[in-house]
Write a protein of this length. Structure first.
Length: 124
């Protein structure tokens, strides 16, 4: 079972993504966050295998990439965005993301990448 924390500042997007995840028997959604700060708090609480995280959330100017990255060190991070340009890819890497997923392709790409990330996760 892969435990997943979902982080996106738009509730409607979280609803769509959680629907994609709930139908897979290998995935358990342990929590949902609406900000980077909440992502950090819930990661500490639930210790998910993978964090699926929007790279542009409302509090991005208030959280240092290094602080976020250090709070996510024990899990794999899948970043997602509508933008997939080089600058956004660099930002995703600064947060410790394994890869940057295009939000418009989540229906076909999320679960395969999620399972790949879970296999690469380092043991605690």
């Amino acid at each position: 079972m892969i435990s997943v924390l979902l982080a996106d500042d738009h509730q409607s997007m979280r609803k769509v993504i959680s629907a994609l995840l709930k139908d897979d028997a290998e995935v358990r959604l342990v929590g949902e966050a609406g900000s980077f700060r909440e992502t950090m708090d819930l990661t500490a609480e639930f210790c998910p295998d993978v964090v699926v995280m929007d790279i542009h959330m409302g509090d991005e100017k208030k959280v240092k990439p290094s602080d976020l990255k250090s709070s996510l060190v024990d899990c794999q991070v899948l970043a997602m965005s509508l933008w997939t340009d080089e600058e956004t890819k660099v930002l995703a890497k600064s947060f410790g993301a394994v890869t940057l997923l295009d939000k418009t392709k989540l229906a076909s790409e999320l679960l395969p990448y999620l399972k790949q990330c879970a296999r690469r996760r380092s043991p605690h």
